[in-house]
Design a binder for this molecule. Structure first.
Ligand code: PEP
Length: 250
């Protein structure tokens, strides 16, 4: 396992965010292929399919080392919230993780850091771990505000319930998500070191990078100090590509 340049000795987390992709037959095929390929790998692997496919994918993951994650959750465990999914239900149907604060939720559903903190706290309360996403927009980066934005998100979006065990952070520059543009290694290193230094109470928390990761660039990204795994969107929809990313962490 390549941890030489990493400053922490955590097990890398390779998470696949399928977003609003896949129908049931393709999901079963993809999950089955990932399960098979993961047998020889040492990283922690999580698949986050769309909510209606969670049950089906869970069945494919049974007795495997691949964990199940959701893409979002509500901050309440029951009630009149049409279309939402509670953390309690996610836990009940076999999730161990849920993503919160993904930039697509922030952009298309107007989610802010306060709401994200409430969702994360609700997830923690039922025993789910969170993959909590933060990251700057292209404009914020070009205005030189990246670290300011990251500091503010860390301050507001991380609830008091957070521990190094129940939360993984994902630094995802918004402009790198689904665009094919990857942040430079020096930029990734700078932001990840900044995040680690900002959170002395959460020393050792895993910090993933996300944004156009693929098998061809994963090794370099995963070897960057303070990068403890990756959150993968588009490239997680092809088993070979996703497994190639996980291989890069070995
Ligand atoms: C994501 O959805 O979190 C993501 C990083 O997407 P992509 O890998 O497609 O950029």
């Amino acid at each position: 396992m390549n941890m030489g340049k990493n400053l922490t000795k955590s097990i890398p987390l390779i998470a696949g965010n399928w977003k609003m992709n896949m129908l049931s037959a393709g999901a079963k095929q993809l999950a089955g292929a990932v399960v098979k390929g993961a047998e020889r790998l040492h990283s922690e692997i999580v698949l986050c399919p769309p909510s209606p496919l969670l049950g089906e994918v869970r069945t494919c993951l049974e007795h495997s080392k691949v964990a199940l994650g959701a893409q979002d959750c509500h901050f309440q465990n029951e009630g009149a919230f049409t279309g939402d999914t509670s953390p309690a239900l996610l836990k009940d149907i076999g999730c161990t993780y849920t993503i919160v604060g993904h930039s697509e939720r922030r952009a298309y559903h107007q989610e802010d850091d306060t709401l994200i903190a409430k969702k994360a706290a609700a997830a923690h309360a039922v025993g789910l771990s969170t993959i909590l996403c933060i990251g700057e927009t292209e404009k914020e980066r070009s205005d030189g505000k990246t670290l300011h934005v990251i500091a503010s998100q860390l301050e507001k979006a991380i609830p008091a319930s957070t521990t190094v065990k129940n939360c993984v952070l994902a630094y995802e520059p918004v402009w790198a998500i689904g665009t094919g543009k990857v942040a430079g290694i020096a930029d990734i290193a700078e932001v990840h070191a900044f995040i680690a230094a900002k959170l002395p109470r959460l020393s050792g928390i895993r910090i993933l990078y996300g944004g156009s990761v693929k098998a061809a660039n994963a090794k370099e990204i995963l070897a960057t100090p303070h990068v403890n795994g990756v959150l993968v969107g588009g490239a997680s929809l092809k088993a070979e590509e996703f497994l190639g990313i996980a291989e890069a962490a070995e």
